[in-house]
Design a protein around this ligand. Structure first.
Ligand SMILES: Nc1ncnc2c1ncn2[C@@H]1O[C@H](COP(=O)(O)OP(=O)(O)OP(=O)(O)O)[C@@H](O)[C@H]1O
Ligand SMILES: O=C(O)C1=C[C@@H](O)[C@@H](O)[C@H](O)C1
Ligand SMILES: [Mg+2]
Length: 176
């Protein structure tokens, strides 16, 4: 079973913080976007273009279910993985960290949005809408919420590692 699961929108830093956190905890990172791309033999973006978002979400739900059971380290989910009811149910009982990010920082971090099919055409507008729509969903699955705006990824990873080891109980355990 996964030790800790990272959720949050595109640009929150799930993959980046996930790698740093895994190294602090001495475990491996499993990133479900990477799993899906490896299994399909093509990028997430190409899966969206060739097979469509609905197909991607079906594959994603299976990839997340497998990762949560099989992987004992850090699991970083794709930004939209929590849209699946099955995934939200599977997250119950896990330590789930919501990496929160505001529109400005998310836009800065994703740049032109390359490789992120849902941002094509209007990066800022799409990010703003996705953050608004999804914030309550991320909050509902989170056992810990960590703000990432104006912070280095290493600092975010340090806070999570400290909270997990019980050094910072004030920020731990705030499941909504
Ligand atoms: N706290 C941070 N401060 C500054 N830059 C960051 C921070 N976290 C991540 N980044 C940068 O932002 C970009 C996006 O980060 P990352 O790919 O980890 O996001 P993600 O949450 O995994 O997004 P996606 O849902 O698209 O997979 C990367 O270039 C990364 O280096
Ligand atoms: O927020 C989203 O819906 C997505 C985020 C990425 O991690 C990828 O899973 C894909 O680009 C979709
Ligand atoms: Mg990622």
């Amino acid at each position: 079973m996964a030790a800790v699961v990272l959720v949050g929108p595109m640009g929150a830093g799930k993959s980046t913080v996930g790698a740093l956190l895994a190294s602090r905890l001495g475990v491996a990172l499993r990133d479900t976007d990477a799993d899906i791309a490896a299994a399909a033999g093509k990028s997430v973006q190409d899966i969206f273009v060739d097979e469509g978002e609905e197909h991607f979400r079906t594959v994603e739900a299976s990839a997340v279910a497998a990762a949560l059971v099989e992987h004992e380290g850090v699991v970083s989910l794709g930004g939209g993985a929590v849209l699946a009811e099955q995934t939200r149910a599977l997250l119950e009982g896990h330590t789930v960290v919501y990496l929160r990010v505001g529109v400005a920082d998310a836009v800065k971090r994703v740049g032109l949005g390359s490789g992120r099919p849902l941002l094509l055409g209007n990066v800022r507008g799409r990010i703003k809408a996705l953050l608004e729509e999804r914030a309550p969903i991320y909050e509902s699955v989170a056992t810990l919420i960590v703000d990432t705006d104006d912070r280095a990824a290493a600092d975010v990873a340090d806070e999570i590692a400290a909270a997990l080891s019980g050094q910072n109980p004030a920020t731990a355990g705030n499941r909504n």
